[in-house]
Design a protein around this ligand. Structure first.
Ligand SMILES: O=C(O)CCC(=O)C(=O)O
Ligand SMILES: [Fe+2]
Length: 326
């Protein structure tokens, strides 16, 4: 492992990409917000989230980094100290387990922002990624981690992706880069290439990429079909961000709850918000396992269990999507 000093002096391959368009001036104007979304496939808001709330979430990350001995929890820059990352939970499972997103979205100022933005009660879909990405060890690879459209893997749940930086993320640290105005076009994933169905190189024209230097308080919302990826971290710091998905409570959100019955062709679910019921699972249902791969219909009864927490979307008593909450 290189020392942090060596990492810091390594030349960063900074892509020359245009800035995200800010939609701050459109807040409160539903029609203008919708028009920006239709045109660009995202809203970027600068310095709108309560920085105290963001700092409290960041502190949870820093505690974990400190606990694993890979950064000083008091370091405002979250620099990687070079200690071994063996055993470091790259998916931040301890934060998933304790649902670190919940206290954050319940912060009154955070709730108020999204309530105002959506002009509806926010419904949070607990598909959450906590990212504390260490500096990339291999800097010869492309900086585009994995370009994708979330919609390709989440058909039927029309959420907005909500990407939240918890610290400054400049172009060396990387952060999120997206293709502007491509969300109403064709799905870009190559359906001939299972199991990952990658988006071919060049499918996002070079002049469509957008990013910015993200700061605490900023938030980026993206359409589920906006192509995007994280950029490899070429700094000496951890990249700290959280992404979660949101809808309006009146936009027919999926159910979130525990399975109470699992049969070969049906499940019963008790939803957290009181919605519950019995749902047929058939060929038209898209069921995903914890590994993100589709679960064959024949395996439903063995791969899902009573007590599992799942996200389930249904139409006319039939499950359209069922996936576990990790
Ligand atoms: O933060 C990243 O690296 C990727 C984020 C992402 O794919 C998402 O928010 O859907
Ligand atoms: Fe994504």
């Amino acid at each position: 492992m290189q020392s942090p000093a060596a990492l810091a002096t390594h030349p960063a391959a900074t892509p020359r990409v245009r800035e995200l368009e800010s939609s701050n001036h459109l807040l409160g104007d539903r029609a203008a917000l919708d028009a920006a979304w239709e045109r660009n496939g995202y809203w970027f808001f600068r310095d709108v989230l309560d920085r105290g709330a963001v700092a409290r979430l960041r502190a949870v990350y820093m505690q974990l980094l400190g606990g694993y001995g890979v950064a000083d929890p008091a370091d405002p820059e979250a620099r990687y100290n070079g200690a071994s990352l063996e055993g470091f939970p790259f998916r931040m499972d301890p934060l998933s387990k304790r649902k670190a997103w919940q206290p954050f979205v319940r912060e009154p100022a955070i709730h108020a922002f999204f309530r105002h933005l959506l002009q509806d009660e926010p419904f949070w879909i607990p598909t959450v990624e906590y990212r504390a990405t260490p500096p990339a060890a291999d800097r010869t690879r492309s900086r585009l981690d994995f370009v994708h459209q979330d919609g390709f893997y989440n058909k039927g749940i029309p959420f907005r992706i909500c990407w939240i930086p918890l610290a400054e993320i400049d172009d060396e640290v990387g952060g999120l880069i997206l293709g502007e105005g491509l969300h109403r076009g064709p799905i870009l994933h190559d359906t001939q290439q299972p199991p990952l169905y990658p988006i071919p190189e060049g499918a996002v024209p070079a002049d469509r990429w957008r990013r910015t230097t993200y700061r605490p308080g900023d938030v980026l919302l993206m359409d589920l079909n906006t192509p995007h990826t994280g950029l490899a971290n070429h700094s000496d710091r951890f990249r700290l961000s959280m992404d979660i998905r949101v809808m309006g409570a009146n936009e027919d959100p999926p159910m979130v709850g525990r399975l109470t019955v699992v049969e070969a062709h049906a499940v019963e679910l008790e939803g957290e918000d009181g919605r519950s019921g019995r749902f047929v699972v058939d060929e038209a249902s898209y069921c995903r396992g914890l590994d993100g791969q589709q679960v064959p219909l024949a395996d439903i009864a063995t791969r899902f269990h009573v007590g599992d927490e799942v996200i389930l979307a249904a139409r006319d008593g039939r499950a359209t999507i069922m996936r576990p909450i990790h």
